[in-house]
Write a protein that binds this ligand. Structure first.
Ligand SMILES: CC(C)(COP(=O)(O)OP(=O)(O)OC[C@H]1O[C@@H](n2cnc3c(N)ncnc32)[C@H](O)[C@@H]1OP(=O)(O)O)[C@@H](O)C(=O)NCCC(=O)NCCS
Length: 173
């Protein structure tokens, strides 16, 4: 694996967010807006709190700085969204959040994990590759054009969760 520059690990905590208050959903929306060009809305976030989905929150000094939503159906997991608050990006937190989410997927019985990612998203592609994801296809114009960006293709990716180390010392906090 790469250098995985260490985030301030002693101050990090995790939580599975379920039945979030309006304030927590607003925090999730702030992270979405800071991390994505096409952030999820309040309603689309609320749709994630179903039996099949898990929302993993990453906290630095009790501040929610990132989250990942995974959906598990039978033995297949899918990453719906993952993001770190912009001011904390590039510090190693994405590594931890992704690894934790993959470990949770495996713990919940998933054998493979799937996702879609913009073809231009070099940081995410780097991370996904590091954790064993391989490109399985391309979806043309999957991301709709906005006033600022043309439509963009998505790679579909898949990872075998057997390869994920459940005791990776990188996550010991
Ligand atoms: C993708 C995201 C979750 C990663 O989290 P992060 O905290 O920024 O990432 P980290 O700091 O843990 O790791 C980033 C890695 O990418 C590498 N990287 C940085 N810029 C890069 C580039 N242009 N090309 C390739 N790798 C790059 C870094 O060197 C680092 O690897 P290393 O620790 O092995 O050196 C975060 O940047 C984010 O929220 N982005 C916006 C939302 C998004 O793109 N989500 C994914 C959609 S599918």
């Amino acid at each position: 694996m790469g250098s995985r520059r260490h985030a301030l690990k002693e101050k990090l905590t995790w939580d599975i967010i379920s039945e979030p208050s309006k304030e927590v959903v607003e925090q999730l929306m702030l992270i979405e807006a800071s991390a994505h060009d096409d952030p999820w809305t309040y309603d689309s976030l609320m749709e994630c709190f179903t039996d099949n989905c898990r929302c993993i929150g990453l906290y630095l000094n009790n501040e929610l700085i990132g989250f990942c939503v995974i959906c598990i159906i039978f033995d297949e997991a899918e990453i719906y969204t993952i993001g770190i608050l912009k001011k904390y990006q590039g510090l190693g937190f994405g590594h931890k959040l992704l690894l934790k989410s993959l470990q949770l997927s495996k713990e919940l019985g998933a054998k493979n994990c799937y996702l879609e990612v913009r073809v231009s998203n070099e940081v995410a592609l780097y991370l996904y590759d590091l954790y064993g994801f391989q490109i399985t296809g391309i979806r043309k114009n999957y991301y709709a054009a906005t006033s600022e960006h043309p439509a963009e293709d998505a790679y579909t990716m898949a990872c075998n969760l057997e390869e994920i180390d459940m005791n990776d010392p990188f996550l010991k906090v």
